[in-house]
Design a protein around this ligand. Structure first.
Ligand SMILES: Cc1cc2nc3c(=O)[nH]c(=O)nc-3n(C[C@H](O)[C@H](O)[C@H](O)COP(=O)(O)OP(=O)(O)OC[C@H]3O[C@@H](n4cnc5c(N)ncnc54)[C@H](O)[C@@H]3O)c2cc1C
Length: 269
């Protein structure tokens, strides 16, 4: 029977090409191309590996402006079967609570699913809130930092390996569940042109607006966002000491380096 999997992907500004205005110290956002959040490609790769092994379907979902269609086309190029974009002016200005609310409503509407997979975090906001919040809206179990998932069809559960600082933990979780994948777990596969053509020719991407979803509009977008951003776009000033030690003897140089790091409180005695 396989697993029906939903993967959350976010369309983010490609921060590797972000420049800072030297006068104002603020980010120059104009003309910055967007990409699929790189950690979400890892999540897509996990979903596709599960599909390769056990069969089933993979649906990618995103809440974003219409330009994010390109992101959905990208993951369909990797092998995802279907894309759903939740896009509506009413969703603009959403904090993580309002974003996760809309994503949960999209997932509810999809109805037939076993597993929701999210990336570790995004490269633009990096809160890592969304997986836990979506699970909470849907009242589903949630596990994060996963590096491997095995499907136990007879038990309607998954075995999840998750990484900690110096250990692995193994969990068995009843399906349906939400799992976030630890960053850099897999190298995402390349896209196939034939798959991308499918996205164009077979209408496998749908756009859902607030009218398509059974939601309380007061919980979406800016209206549903309790977070207040008090300041944005400042570049923290990091004072540099520029200490250079020219000792040639490696033992003395190492001793000096350790002393300096201890002085700065950067390592424990
Ligand atoms: C007051 C306020 C206003 C904001 N207004 C805007 C705005 O107008 N436009 C805007 O783009 N951002 C806006 N943001 C930022 C936005 O709320 C977050 O980017 C968003 O909620 C996701 O949080 P994150 O990027 O930290 O995701 P994380 O929690 O770090 O993401 C974890 C994982 O969740 C999934 N995920 C995250 N976001 C999405 C998504 N949108 N669709 C599908 N899957 C997703 C991915 O798998 C991702 O790897 C605003 C934030 C605040 C506080």
């Amino acid at each position: 029977m396989g697993l029906d999997i939903i993967v959350g992907i976010k369309w983010v500004p490609n921060t590797t090409s972000v420049n800072i205005d030297p006068k104002t110290g603020t980010l120059i956002r104009e003309g910055i191309p967007s990409v699929v959040n790189p950690h979400d490609l890892t999540a897509v790769e996990m979903a596709l590996r599960l599909k390769d092994k056990y069969g089933g379907t993979v649906t990618a979902i995103s809440m974003a402006p219409p330009s994010a269609i390109s992101g959905l086309e990208h993951v369909i190029g990797m092998g995802v079967d279907r894309g759903i974009l939740a896009s509506d002016r009413a969703f603009a200005g959403a904090d993580t609570l309002a974003t996760s609310y809309v994503l949960a409503k999209v997932i509810e509407k999809i109805e037939k699913y076993d597993l929701v997979i999210m990336g570790h975090e995004t490269i633009d906001s990096s809160t890592a809130h969304i997986g836990a919040q979506v699970a909470s809206w849907l009242k589903l179990p949630y596990i994060y930092y996963a590096t491997d998932i095995e499907y136990e069809e007879n038990k309607e559960s998954i075995k999840v390996k998750r990484i900690l600082e110096n250990a692995y933990e193994i969990y068995r979780i009843k399906l349906p569940a939400v799992v976030s994948i630890a960053m850099h777990t897999f190298e995402p596969r390349r896209i196939k042109v034939s798959n991308k053509l499918k996205a164009k020719l077979e209408n496998v991407i749908e756009i859902w607006t607030s009218k398509d979803l059974n939601l309380d509009i007061n919980c979406a977008g800016l209206r549903g966002s309790p977070t207040v951003v008090s300041a944005i776009d400042f570049v923290p000033k990091v004072p540099r000491k520029n200490l250079i030690f020219q000792e040639k003897d490696p033992k003395k140089a190492a001793k000096w380096l350790i002393e300096k790091l201890l002085e700065e409180g950067l390592i424990d005695p």
